[in-house]
Design a protein around this ligand. Structure first.
Ligand code: BGC
Length: 765
């Protein structure tokens, strides 16, 4: 009898161990959630399970070749798992009601949106945000975005985009955090924390979706959606860490990218979506494709829709965005034995888990409280934060003779196609923004100056001179405000305004839609007509301040050589005009630093600070040497290096000290420097620490960012800034893709940009 009892106990233990292992694999071990989902899935038909995997587009924007017909019927039939880019708590409430009242199993929908840099209160574009180097502010922007979006029905955002980008021809450079792995990883973490907070169930947090997994930023020739081809060692060391950082911070979902990796589109790439993501990284959330990602595998040459849908499921995709491949073909593939029930169940379970974690089963209307939407969206407080963040993202590229800040100017000529253009202030991907409510630079200067100065406005020129190109860059409701007058007439008007003024502010650059998705450019100069305007303004002899709007690094060599002051403002969001006025007028001292290199010309691309040395490096300070790695017609130098950005004050770096000439495996090395604000204004400086591993089993970059601190100093103030380095900071993936550090000589650099640092050395023992 006793024997039988213990046998039963053994069996029970074994069964519970087996069940819990299985559940842990699929769910992260939440017993209650598993019990709930097991029960629900037990009631689901195959069609209903496939329905959960289906994410059609609905609402205001369609970016691909998908259709969104018959959605309501499909919702009633349980054939829709979620919807995206519908705006407003009322609409979402109404759609959710159909799902939970009229479908058989009453499973709530998940509502997603591209809340990329703010919801209705729009913050600067991500590239701009990254130039603040301020993680607390970046997290705060995501927190506010989540607060607003969740008040208006959204519980899932397709953000952060963490794709490393080194080719500014690529329009989506604007959506990421620039070229650097370390900075990008920190930002990825901050964004996820901001969106998800400490509890996804709360009605003011939303689920993050890291994108675009993976390597989307490495499209050949900067042409969107183009092929990528990259060694594993580069992937592991340079491109993958930001995705991993976002997942380690708890991001609940991830989006497969459009591009191929090792010859297989990411959407159908098992190595990527299962071996790396699930097995190596232990990711428990769900994988969604990008817009029509499955269907696009047909054009990639991977088979017909049925075949590529099966390929995607088997690779590890859980949710099909817009392609209708899962819903339309997986049943047949199951009957033919091409996919398994277990694979379908697995994907369905992951979607249901996400809904459970968001609390949608408890209360499907949790995120559509019309009262919250009225009181928490686009509030004066949120706009104030947007303004405070925007000023931190501007990068002062040049300021000869202290043209800026503007002081005691009685008459200001404000010219340029972006001076009076509210619609273009939010920049790319501002789906929920009310563009007309943004503050233009003209508005901002008027708000700041009132009667203190008179502003003479003239448009001066169009954004581009070719009307066909103009039409292509105004597709998404951000008109460039095309003016039919001749270039000559418009420039003459601007020059006349300049002649009557003490200073000229030229608001030039790209319009919002010249960067972003499907906005690659082969020439990243300022459009010729805008250069002509600048030249005419400079010829008046008046001081000219160029306020540069852009979603990517531009090749502005001529402007750098000729215009005395350049303030790069990216696209600064709802409060752009007020924020730019704050900086131009000296209320705020600029402190942004570039998160991406500005090349001199497109021929230098890709140009990034943490490159390898080559076997024939050009000697420092040299422009050209025969048989060295360089060009005949342009130096290797960037126009503006990574980490660069001026201030109205100046900062001196002295006394770089190391606590020890050696670092041991378990030890810590203190690196300190004395920073002095030696100029005439209070201000903040981003102190940057880089290392170089002098000898490795594989070649190592000439510099790698490993730390930064943003330090505010009053004028005249000195502070010792201290960093701590450990062996962990020196690790990299070796040729076996193992994360290792290797003993030997290292250099450490601390300074104001990647190209201007003090230097010391230590040995890793
Ligand atoms: C973009 C994604 C975006 C999706 C949904 C796609 O075209 O590549 O970044 O999240 O559309 O709008």
């Amino acid at each position: 009898m006793k024997k039988l009892q213990s046998l039963f106990i053994m069996i029970a233990l074994f069964v519970s161990l087996f069940v819990s292992c299985n559940q842990k694999q699929t769910s992260g071990g939440d017993q209650q959630m598993n019990a709930f989902i097991n029960d629900l899935m037990g009631k689901m038909t195959l069609d209903e399970k496939l329905g959960q995997l289906n994410l059609p587009a609905s609402g205001d924007i369609i970016t691909g070749a998908g259709s969104n017909n018959n959605i309501v019927d499909k919702i009633k039939e349980g054939k829709v798992g979620g919807l995206f880019n519908i705006k407003s708590a009322e609409k979402i409430h109404a759609v959710q009601q159909i799902a939970v009242e009229q479908s058989r199993l009453k499973i709530p929908l998940i509502f997603g949106m591209d809340v990329i840099h703010g919801y209705q209160t729009v913050f600067p574009i991500p590239l701009g945000m990254s130039c603040s180097w301020d993680m607390a502010l970046i997290e705060k922007s995501a927190r506010i975005a989540a607060q607003e979006a969740s008040a208006d029905g959204i519980c899932w955002t397709f953000s952060p985009m963490v794709d490393i980008a080194r080719d500014p021809r690529w329009g989506r450079f604007s959506e990421g955090s620039g070229e650097d792995t370390y900075l990008g990883s920190q930002i990825a973490r901050a964004m996820v924390k901001g969106y998800q907070g400490d509890d996804l169930r709360k009605n003011n947090t939303i689920m993050a979706c890291v994108k675009h997994f993976a390597l989307y930023g490495a499209a050949e020739a900067g042409r969107d959606y183009n092929t990528t081809d990259m060694s594993r060692i580069r992937m592991y060391n340079e491109y993958l860490p930001p995705y991993k950082a976002a997942l380690d911070a708890g991001a609940g979902s991830i989006m497969a990218s459009f591009n191929e990796i090792d010859g297989i589109p990411a959407t159908g790439n098992k190595w990527l979506l299962t071996d790396l993501l699930r097995k190596d990284w232990g990711f428990n959330g769900f994988v969604v494709t990008d817009y029509t990602g499955i269907l696009e595998m047909v054009d990639h040459g991977m088979g017909n829709l049925k075949e590529v849908s099966a390929l995607a499921l088997k690779a590890g995709v859980d949710m099909d965005m817009v392609a209708d491949g899962f819903l339309g073909t997986l049943k047949q593939s199951l009957n033919e034995g091409k996919v398994t029930q277990q694979e379908i169940d697995q994907a369905c379970r992951r979607i249901l888990e996400a809904k459970y974690q968001l609390g949608l089963f408890e209360d499907p209307y949790r995120y559509c409280d019309v009262n919250r939407a009225k009181s928490e969206v686009f509030t004066p407080e949120n706009r104030q934060v947007a303004r405070e963040i925007a000023v931190q993202t501007f990068v002062l590229l040049k300021n000869d003779n202290q043209v800026l800040p503007l002081q005691d100017k009685k008459t200001i000529a404000l010219v340029g196609p972006l001076a009076d253009n509210r619609e273009n202030m939010p920049g790319t991907w501002s789906v929920a923004g009310d563009f007309g409510k943004s503050v233009s630079l003209l508005d901002g200067l008027k708000n700041a100056l009132g009667d203190e100065a008179s502003i003479l406005y003239a448009m001066g020129t169009n954004v581009v001179s070719d009307p066909e190109l103009d039409a292509r860059i105004s597709i998404f409701g951000k008109p460039t405000k095309w003016d039919n007058r001749s270039q000559k007439e418009m420039v003459a008007e601007a020059v006349a305004a300049a002649r009557k003024s003490d200073v000229v502010i030229a608001a030039v650059g790209e319009s919002a839609e010249m960067s972003g998705e499907a906005s690659s450019r082969s020439n990243i100069d300022l459009p010729e007509n805008q250069k002509e305007l600048l030249a005419a303004l400079l010829a008046t002899g008046k001081p000219v301040v160029m306020v540069l709007f852009t979603g990517r690094p531009l090749t502005i060599s001529w402007e750098k050589a000729n215009v005395p002051a350049i303030l790069n403002v990216w696209f600064a969001g709802t409060e752009a005009g007020n924020a730019i006025a704050d900086v131009l007028l000296g209320k705020v001292n600029p402190s942004g630093k570039l998160s991406a290199t500005f090349p001199q010309n497109v021929g230098q691309i890709p140009l990034y600070y943490n490159h390898k040395n080559t076997g024939r490096p050009l000697a420092e300070g040299k422009w050209f040497s025969k048989f060295r790695s360089n060009y005949l017609d342009v130096s290797n130098d960037p126009l503006f290096p990574f980490g660069f950005g001026l201030s109205y004050t100046s900062f001196d770096y002295k006394n770089l000290k190391l606590s020890n000439p050696e670092l041991t495996i378990n030890g810590e090395l203190k690196v300190s420097v004395d920073l002095t604000n030696s100029g005439n204004y209070d201000g903040a400086e981003v102190v940057q620490l880089y290392i170089r591993d002098m000898v490795g089993s594989v070649t190592r970059p000439v510099k790698e960012l490993k730390g930064f601190q943003k330090i505010f100093l009053k004028k005249g103030e000195t502070r010792t800034v201290e960093f701590a380095l450990t062996e962990k900071d020196l690790k990299f993936y070796n040729s076996e893709l193992k994360l290792v550090s290797e003993p030997g000589d290292f250099k450490v650099f601390v300074g104001t940009s990647s190209a201007n640092t003090l230097e010391a050395g230590f040995v890793l023992k």
